[in-house]
Design a protein around this ligand. Structure first.
Ligand code: RP5
Length: 165
């Protein structure tokens, strides 16, 4: 059995990495093990299916799937596992990610894909959502998540606006 990775991060293309690396960064910051792969639901369906099964077998707890355009990747991942699968719509060239958002979020009843915002915020928030889920049964993770929120609030409290000249 391969080394346990708690989160599987998958994207439809290496061109999605610039956005999806935000999910990987959040996992890294929280000390959550992950494996990131570029695997496509339409270009490499067999490899995608094999990877999902391998991640499940090695103890993965959730998937984050990002794709653009006719973005069916997250739905396909969700269809092959009962692990929670979060969708991240990629910004796209012509429709600025609206196509990706609708394709990801509008799953028919029965196979849920909780879908985050288009782009970097969505990728980071997908990882934070997974961390909140892991924190339910992990007190140390809960403490880290609370500390993250406190630091964020503190930054807002201390923020100042420029003086008018
Ligand atoms: C989707 O098509 C990928 O998720 C990516 O967002 C988009 C474009 O892929 P490339 O043509 O850049 O490989 O499958």
């Amino acid at each position: 059995m391969s080394e346990k990775k708690l989160v599987g991060i998958v994207m439809g293309s290496t061109s999605d990495w610039e956005v999806m690396k935000e999910a990987a960064q959040v996992c890294k910051d929280f000390g959550v093990s992950y494996e990131a792969r570029a695997l496509s639901a339409h270009r490499s369906p067999i490899e995608l299916e094999e990877w999902i099964a391998q991640m499940e077998a090695s103890g993965c707890q959730a998937f984050i799937a990002g794709a653009g355009g006719a973005a069916h990747l997250a739905g396909v991942v969700a269809s092959q596992t009962i692990l929670p699968t979060f969708g991240v719509p990629m910004p796209s060239k012509y429709m600025k990610g609206l196509d990706s958002l609708l394709a990801t979020v509008q799953m028919p009843k029965g196979i849920p894909v909780p879908t985050l915002a288009i782009g970097e915020a969505g990728a980071a928030n997908a990882a934070l959502a997974v961390i909140a889920m892991l924190a339910l049964n992990d007190p140390a993770m809960k403490t880290k998540l609370k500390a993250f929120r406190d630091t964020q609030s503190e930054k807002v409290r201390n923020a100042t606006l420029p003086e008018l000249s």
